[in-house]
Design a protein around this ligand. Sequence first.
Ligand code: ZN
Length: 446
Amino acid sequence: MAKSSDGQIRLKPGAWSQALAPAGVGDRLHGFAAEIFPICRSITGPGVRETLNHVERVIALQRTEVPTGAKVLDWTVPKEWTIRDAWIKNAAGERAVDFRKHSLHVLNYSIPVRARIPLEELKKHIFTLPDQPDLIPYRTSYYQERWGFCMTHNALEALPEGEYEVCVDADLAPGSLTYAEHVHVGDSEDEVLLQAHICHPSLANDNCSGIAVLAHLAAAMQGLRTRYTYRFLFAPGTIGAITWLAQNRNTASRIKHGLVMSCVGDAGGPTYKRTWRGDAPIDRAMAHVLKHSAATANVIDFFPYGYDERQYNSPGFRLDVGLFQRSQFATFPEYHTSADNLSFIVPDHLEASLRMAAQAIEVLECDARYASTAPEGEPQLGRRGLYSAIGGDKDGYAKNMAMLWVMNMADGRHSLLDIAERAKLPFATVAGMAEALKESGLLVPA
Ligand code: ZN
């Protein structure tokens, strides 16, 4: 470890994963997700700000409020939604549907309503999942003004005929859209963008998990000296990313690599969706890390549907931002339902996701090209104490192979990631060994 003048530590290759994703951090990640889970978020409004208050207890944030009506790329910042309460009362005056019990019960972005209507009329405003009759669906109506409720199909079926009193106590009025950033300044102005969406209400995997992982990654990075500048962006999906891009064109031009993180706490995947370009450094880094992390890893090509990678990869920006998830969105039955709850996300999976992101960051930070100072024939490694240095090490075989591969490919043209790929060894093993070879004088930067 080398300490810079401002006290930040420059980690050696092999040390990043433990520093950014320490063993046991999964419980903290889950605890944080549980804190923000009950909040009713939307694309604008107090739920977003309250969520950011929680993030701010973990890391410093710079918030931006963009007023309703502002033109952002081809879009307009919408009205601000404030929800206080919502319910359907039966003839006895009891709450048959109660927003206070679950934030999914109100159609997200619902306009206010107060009425007394018969069941047949009420049904036109109710969303259920007949195929999953025990679950409440998550539904939104951002761009069409309407009111509504979501409930389990079983509960709907059980409603007797008659009159019901409905209330959505909400405002949909001029206000602002909120996003927040945390910037970790590195040696270079070139940036890595890491983004989570903050617009979903009580859904744990999608995306309390992403907010938790990103906030704690930023916190762990604070004491480290990095090559890149890291921008952690917490913004509502689609309109938030569009608003950020509209307002930060200069910053956007400095983004060299990026990841959108969502659904990173369940047992599926891991899944990585490539950038539009498909062969960007982040694509190679993530594919490598996933392959060495799980036999079930799934690396898929870009397509123009999903999360905010769509905005960053649009033709006017073409930023190399991929999407990192466990299960791919919309492929698991819990997706956008009340089953995406706190028991659907697991500390171990949250921790593994953070670790994979940390390992990808290690690749971005530590990848380099070297040239051998003894390229003719094999250098005599035993004479330099390089074999004995790792005697008895349980990873000894992999380290020996890494050493041989590095010396074989240190021709100044191949990077450490090239070598790790060819050797089928984890990047950290190869990069850690290159460090030892450099110290012994056998490698010089190319
Ligand atoms: Zn979603």
